[in-house]
Unconditional design. Structure first.
Length: 298
């Protein structure tokens, strides 16, 4: 097996299928890259794509995806429930095989420089690639979103790592980083009161005194009229999915609200689901080698 890097860019388009398909086509069009999955959400107005390949091919594919998004998405007209600041909002590189986190940091730096030099898109480095401690957290980088950054980007402390201190009117601003695997996990509540979802999100996330490796927001889903706790599980080994689900369910019960369902956006490690199955089925002495697909892959 050669070197393999995963990339999971998020694009600010979840309603125009033809635009999403064109971006996906640009990503798939680079030799050496395999597009594993892509999904989109109309209420979030956001799509997530997952692809893998050798480092240089993944770098080129990420650039082509961002270039296509910049030509098709106008951030000055964009609206959606999910926080965002750019047509290509975030681009994380994730080490998979024979690649280190340091390798992914170098990819993030190289891509950030290209986006700024060739597309005039301001770029912030985040997570493991961050050059400033306060930029490790994506929510800090994205503070104010597209509209707020139109003026805030000119402040000395908000100067981008690459590119002009001026928001690209159409493409906005992009965050590029390196990180471990992350699970995008949403929990839908049986209420339209978004303030309840916001209180739950505040209780479970690290910045609110909850789990340090959890990021969460409370938002409203337009199609269903229900509130949602949208969550990034940054390290499922420290905080497994079932623990997050049970805590949200318990917090919701405080307000007399039930959980309707939960959903995973994009791909997830098999072990994360096996952890949940082991917990809910109360399996005794379960060995992961009992998973048929795992044995077949070996």
């Amino acid at each position: 097996m050669g070197k393999i890097v995963q990339c999971v860019p998020n694009f600010s388009e979840g309603r125009r299928i033809e635009v999403i398909e064109e971006i996906a086509g640009a990503i798939k069009g680079v030799p050496g890259v395999k597009l594993l999955d892509y999904s989109y959400d109309k209420s979030h107005n956001r799509s997530v794509m997952t692809f893998i390949g050798d480092p240089q091919s993944v770098l080129e594919s990420a650039f082509q995806g961002a270039k296509t998004a910049a030509s098709l998405i106008d951030m000055s007209k964009h609206q959606g429930e999910h926080p965002r600041m750019g047509a290509t909002d975030v681009i994380p590189f994730i080490p998979v095989a024979r690649v280190t986190m340091e390798d992914c940091i170098k990819l993030a730096q190289a891509l950030g420089r290209r986006l700024a030099d060739e597309l005039s898109i301001p770029v912030y480095l985040y997570e493991e690639a961050a050059r400033k401690p306060e930029r490790k957290n994506l929510s800090s980088v994205r503070r104010g979103q597209y509209e707020g950054l139109l003026t805030a980007i000119r402040e000395p402390e908000r100067k981008p790592d690459f590119g002009p201190a001026e928001v690209n009117p159409r493409a906005g601003v992009t965050a590029v980083g390196a990180r471990p695997p992350l699970i995008a996990y949403n929990i839908n509540l049986d209420t339209g009161d978004v303030s309840i979802a916001q209180k739950i999100a505040r209780a479970i996330r690290g910045s609110g005194g909850g789990f340090p490796t959890i990021k969460a927001l409370g938002i409203s889903i337009e199609e269903t009229g229900k509130a949602q706790v949208t969550i990034n599980v940054c390290d499922y080994r420290q905080v497994p999915l079932h623990r997050v689900f049970e805590l949200v369910k318990r917090e919701a019960a405080r307000y007399g609200v039930a959980v309707i369902e939960s959903e995973i956006i994009g791909l997830t490690p098999l072990d994360a689901l096996a952890d949940a199955a082991e917990f809910y089925l109360q399996l005794a002495g379960f060995d992961r080698n009992q998973i048929l697909e795992k044995r077949l892959l070996e």
